[in-house]
Ligand binder design. Sequence first.
Ligand SMILES: Cc1ncc(COP(=O)(O)O)c(C=O)c1O
Length: 379
Amino acid sequence: MRNTESIIGNMKIPVFDLKRQYEGLKTELDSAFTTVFESGIFILGENVRLFEEEFANYLGAGFAVGVGSGTEALHLSLKAFDIGSGDEVITVPNTAVPTISAISFAGARPVLVDITPDTYTIDTKKIEKKITNKTKAILPVHMYGHPSEMEQIMKLAEAYNLRVIEDACQSHGTQYNGKNAGTIGDMGCFSFYPTKNLGAYGDGGIVVTNSEELYNKLIMLRNYGEVSKFTSKIEGFNSRLDEIQAAVLRVKLKHLDTWTNRRREIATLYLQLLYNSNVQLPCERQWAKHVYHLFVIRTNKRDALKGYLQERGVGTQIHYPIPIHMQEAYKKFGYKAGEFPISERNAGEILSLPIYPELTKEEIETVAGLISEFQNTDL
Ligand SMILES: Cc1ncc(COP(=O)(O)O)c(C=O)c1O
């Protein structure tokens, strides 16, 4: 049996473990790194161009633009639609802070809508009454790897002439009714933060779209607004995916389907082993393909369970402990505690268990066994 003790502190089963992935891909990755180093080209070279093409093909999208992070993918998407001061963007309170910082940095107001109690994605029945004459876009977050209900979102967008920007930062390969998350709205935004299902060795992100016009605008926005070298047509930024990250991602993309299948196998095993437990398990609606970026359970004894697992060498995390409307940074938007009860309840009860393709059956059984043991001793 492998000795995982030394991998991350004294965690026997860490919540994430990127060293294991590298061990499996070392030869391919080392060769990709060397090729980039030897080429002397580090910005907007062949690796970025080819990865954009490969990722767009993988999802069945027309175009893809590599950017600096998932946050920037969202920010530039909003900018591509000239969304800014005075505009409103509808999204959820139970997301990673960057979903909101992208909206806020663009100058717009995030208008929050609570989530459903089972999918943890936007409750589409609650969207319509939040639409005003300032609303410019809906920004659904495909949370933990489960898609939002896109059909209802697209219908509302059409009825009210709104843009749809999908936050697919946790959802590489997620499907809604057979369509890939990120390709249903106007633009789809992905993060390549190292622990994501498709992760770089640093920061990275991408926007996918079927619109050539948006593609051309994003190409300028990520690179000083340039239409050609030293000629800026619009105000832009520096937010580029770099060659080293693109080379890593090209290697890893070839493994993504295998990894997704393995994540789904692990989830099935957890679901079987925890079937009779008192914890609330993740759902996969019949129109969804969940890619289990995170395997999130819910219990009102969350903090005690987290401590119990930690003491026994199992790492867990909370995604996320403070809903957006309770974050100090976003007080300015004037939301109050109690406004989004499902997101608030989740923040106190959710726990992400270890889930990554390299996790062994023995480790999954250990985690599930400890959860059952905790219940027997604690409840
Ligand atoms: C839902 C969601 N949105 C946005 C982001 C931002 O991505 P990044 O960390 O690459 O900026 C993340 C990743 O942390 C995320 O999980």
